[in-house]
Design a protein around this ligand. Sequence first.
Ligand code: GLN
Length: 542
Amino acid sequence: MINKEWVLLTKYIIITGGVVSSVGKGITSASLGRILRSYGLKVAAIKIDPYLNWDSGTLNPYQHGEVFVTFDGMETDLDLGHYERFLDVELPGNSNITTGKVYESVIDKERKGEFLGACVQVIPHITDEIKHRIRDISESGDYDIVLIELGGTVGDIESQPFLEALRQLRNEEGLSNVMFVHVTFIPYLNAAGEFKTKPTQHSTKELRSTGINPDIIVCRSQEPIDKDLKQKIAHFCDVDSKAVVNTPDAGSIYEVPLVLDENNVGNLIADRLSLDVDANSSKLDSWREIVDLIKIDKPNVNIAIVGKYVELEDAYTSIREALIHAGADIPVNVNIEFISSDVDNLDTNLLKDLDGILIPGGFGERGVEGKLDAIDYAIENKIPIFGICLGMHSMVIQFARRNGYPNANSAEIDEDNKYPVIDLMEEQKKINNMGGTMRLGSYDCKLNKDTKSFEAYGEENISERHRHRFEFNNEFRKDLESKGLTVAGTSPDDFLVEIVEIKDHPWFVGCQFHPEFKSRPNRAHPLFVSFVKAAFDNSKNK
Ligand code: GLN
């Protein structure tokens, strides 16, 4: 038997949420990860989504925000994007555990007779599968720490098997190797003129009824709360008063690691898990520099995002963050204006004062005509424009319509169109019939010299993440190129068109992939930087 003392032990930090959803567990988890990374620790992060969906692929962005795509092609929760940006890592798709995946595995094993006649139950079979999936991640690298964020709110029926599995994990791994952080919300009641701790007391009580005691309580609030209030929470929730930490609303999400650090959270974790690190002095200097760059006064650049999910900003989280990173890099302050493309005719007056236009991805017909109007306006008025995935498709459609293919369209939108400039590849048509679906995850791309894209990346071979079914239709390639469309990037075999540009325009770039997923606060994405720079130049010409 291996003596546990002699092997490198992975420690676990489990983050639960109380009182309300959207309280900021994802940012809190990502921020804890940033602090621990700054000590030189190797950190993995897991998001548990207790819903029944197998993955996030079929979730409506209106309900759950954007679908984040990992390098290995998993469609995951947007919190993985926060982890990747804050930790500066690339996480594998199995870092997102859902009830759908857990039950599928258990039922699959049952069908194969692997339980040897046992009655298959939530405890132990579902809870074992949950722990197995967590340990699979911790064993996939020499991780010092695995962060596990449990989605939803303590008390949700669907969270119960996960809380039980996490309680067992603490028991099996040992108290000194597993700790719990509970993130709650402290509402301010105008009528009473004070903050209220009762919801936090109740949600902690609910958590404790599952056998889990929090080691740290992170209290979210709109304004800072005082020491007495923290003391009260410590008293009622049975945690050390130093372990009640307040993170009031911050100007930028990237400030949260600094706020947690000022509250000595690194120290609390290092003590609680006996980490061999010097947590006494802050190691977040380079992170602070990024936050300062995001926050300092800078010239404004106004960017329109013209899409159909504009009512919920979270539908475009990674794009919004990538624009912020590019702004910090240049440095300019990027103001984002969300404009709905879900209209019959886009009122282009809305675009008049804007310096650049971004057309994001999407699925289906709704909102495409509005995107086409915005693209036409950008071509006519020479406004820098950046199209991503369906945005790139729309650019190709509009360019074709203007150049000899009236009413050209994508086969996704109009299957019987005479000029399907965007279509399924023959190979995909076959796969589709077999039930296969999208091109997902990282693919290599070769850039052509003398293009804006090559200039931006400064290298010929790149790799970017995809999430789509439809592709540029090569039948139209030669002719559209002869009319001024530039194919700036392709798959290494030159078969799939990955980036289009037009020459006679200050900045017109459409990419088939989603560059936003690889942008980092400390490493802004080259295409976003180049686009925002072009928009900044445009703002100066006004
Ligand atoms: N709906 C398009 C396709 O499936 C584009 C997808 C996207 O924008 N992510 O190809």
